[in-house]
Write a protein that binds this ligand. Structure first.
Ligand code: PEP
Length: 250
């Protein structure tokens, strides 16, 4: 059975106080038995959340990374720096990065490669806009985004793929389990063309308005191996409920 992973994406939210209260709140709740729990947070809080969360079984990750190992890139953070402060994971290609910061498929692929070279597990986000879905382009867009990454990395080096339909992120309108499963299956088939064995073990996460009420039915799908959670991950109780929905699938 593939590993189950639930990843928090805090985006540009929080404070030191929030980090401390969140960790204390999560620590009071029952520990998941098998689901991996990852919190991806703003760079400046990574050291503190590592200190607070690693002892309670949570792995930490970044929300983005620069593709270069070092140098004159003012304001940027390298994968080596992330590994240095205890990160094991790194989100790359989130739709907000693609849309608001102009990240291309190729740049996302370079970021994933930089993460792997530093020993991090990249979580590569792919997803279509509403206009792309309505024009029937969903699969073409997802496979284009995926192919860019697969052209520089072996699927066995990926930490996870996250299917995040852009129209579902932060909107409260999650994809239905069937709609999400169809895309997850297409992603797995594409990965299998490159490496059939790696396709069977690669976690494919769903992201887009996952809530405690919707998590179990999404995670019950054959090719959905957990979630990437934004809004609901800001509250430790809601996030924990989503982790436990993944944990219950044994
Ligand atoms: C995200 O930003 O990755 C995300 C899935 O957000 P939300 O859960 O709020 O839709």
């Amino acid at each position: 059975m593939r590993e189950k992973i639930v990843v928090a994406n805090w985006k540009m939210n929080g404070s030191l106080k929030h980090c401390r209260e969140w960790a204390a709140g999560f620590a009071e709740l029952p520990k998941p038995q098998q689901a991996r729990t990852v919190v991806c947070a703003p760079f400046v809080y990574l050291t503190e959340i590592g200190r607070l969360m690693m002892p309670i079984g949570i792995e930490i990750g970044a929300e983005d990374v620069n593709e270069n190992p070092s140098g004159a890139y003012t304001g940027e953070i390298s994968a080596g720096m992330l590994a240095d402060v205890g990160c094991r994971w790194c989100i790359v290609g989130h739709s907000e990065r693609r849309q608001l910061f102009g990240e291309t498929d190729n740049r996302v692929a370079m970021k994933a490669l930089a993460a792997v070279k530093a020993g991090l597990r990249p979580i590569v986000c792919v997803g279509e806009t509403l206009a792309e879905r309505e024009s029937g382009a969903t699969e073409r867009v997802i496979l284009r985004q995926l192919t860019a990454v697969l052209s520089v990395l072996s699927p066995k080096d990926l930490g996870a793929i996250a299917y995040e339909p852009v129209w579902a992120i932060g909107t409260g309108k999650s994809a239905t389990p069937n709609v999400a499963q169809a895309v997850h299956s297409a992603i797995r088939q594409r990965v299998a063309q490159v490496n059939a064995e790696a396709a069977q073990t690669l976690p494919i996460l769903y992201g887009g308005s996952v809530k405690p009420e919707s998590a179990a039915s999404l995670f019950a799908q054959a090719d959905i191996d957990g979630g990437l959670v934004g809004g609901a991950a800001l509250d430790p109780v809601s996030f924990h409920a989503i982790v436990m929905a993944a944990d219950a699938l044994r």
